[in-house]
Ligand binder design. Structure first.
Ligand code: ZN
Ligand code: ZN
Length: 261
């Protein structure tokens, strides 16, 4: 399985996954032009993708989904509720019609050699999912926006070899920062975003020696930095293991070098 983050954070999320020639995107929160350009840099033609999985209907995850679905004819997979939410989002001017592919959380489906299962997570949208993606040789857990880890999500987290998980903010930076109180409260709530120390505690609690790579996604621009994430996570994992998985912080507005998982 090949993984590449094209963008990660509140200015846009988009991740590329490929196995045996079957390439898909998870979320489409940056412009079609940027998606095309960043895919081209890793030798992928947008027209040869097999579909897009959507996690939820916040704009930073769906900005270009209308164009990808209807202009590029890419099948758009998500739960019925999230697909309806996309078309109800007033910022989405190009709605989804023929590209809609409703799926059910908890039911595995196949795109080529990728076996995909959506699982529900707590976030401040009517519905939000993460995805567990398996190939014959590897697996990936991805949850980009979540307020907390629930039992179902955790059952996939412990099975996965590789993990993409949110580390949105450093609690002290958020509390001392300039955000208005209502926004601080939204972020801090159990259906908002994951703080570094909450993600660290969650990984410590569910730690598995088969974990190979952990990617931290959706970092806040104002209330976090890669150094704070890594320091917090390393400290937590040091308690449970000497041999740690490779830790990576995903950049907000640039693509990473693709990595084989
Ligand atoms: Zn988001
Ligand atoms: Zn969100």
């Amino acid at each position: 399985m090949r993984f590449c983050s094209l963008a990660s954070g509140s200015s846009g999320n988009c991740y590329y996954i490929e196995d045996s020639g079957y390439g898909i995107l998870i979320d489409a929160g940056i412009s079609p032009k940027n998606i095309k350009k960043r895919l081209k840099e890793i030798d992928v033609d947008i027209k040869r993708l097999y579909g897009v999985l959507i996690t939820h209907n916040h704009y930073d995850h769906i900005a270009s989904i209308g164009s990808l679905g209807e202009d590029y004819n890419l099948p758009v997979y998500s739960t019925q509720r999230i697909l309806t939410g996309i078309n109800e989002n007033p910022k989405i001017t190009q709605k989804l019609y023929q590209s809609r592919r409703p799926i059910n959380a908890g039911e595995a489906f196949q795109i080529g050699s990728l076996t995909i299962t959506a699982f529900k997570v707590e976030h401040d949208t009517p519905e939000c999912v993460g995805y567990f993606i398996e190939t014959p040789n590897s697996s990936l857990f991805i949850a980009t926006d979540l307020g907390q880890m629930n039992e179902t999500a955790a059952s996939f987290l412990v099975k996965a070899k590789n993990i993409v998980i949110e580390a949105n903010y450093d609690e002290e930076m958020l509390l001392r920062g300039n955000y208005p109180l209502f926004l601080k409260q939204r972020i801090l709530s159990n259906s908002g975003h994951m703080a570094n120390h909450i993600t660290a505690k969650c990984l410590q609690q569910h730690f598995q020696s088969h974990w190979e790579h952990i990617f931290f996604c959706h970092l806040s621009k104002e209330n976090n930095c890669p150094e704070a994430v890594l320091a917090c996570i390393k400290k937590a994992l040091d308690v449970v293991s000497n041999a740690q998985p490779s830790l990576h912080v995903l950049p907000r507005t640039a693509a990473i070098e693709p990595i084989d998982l």
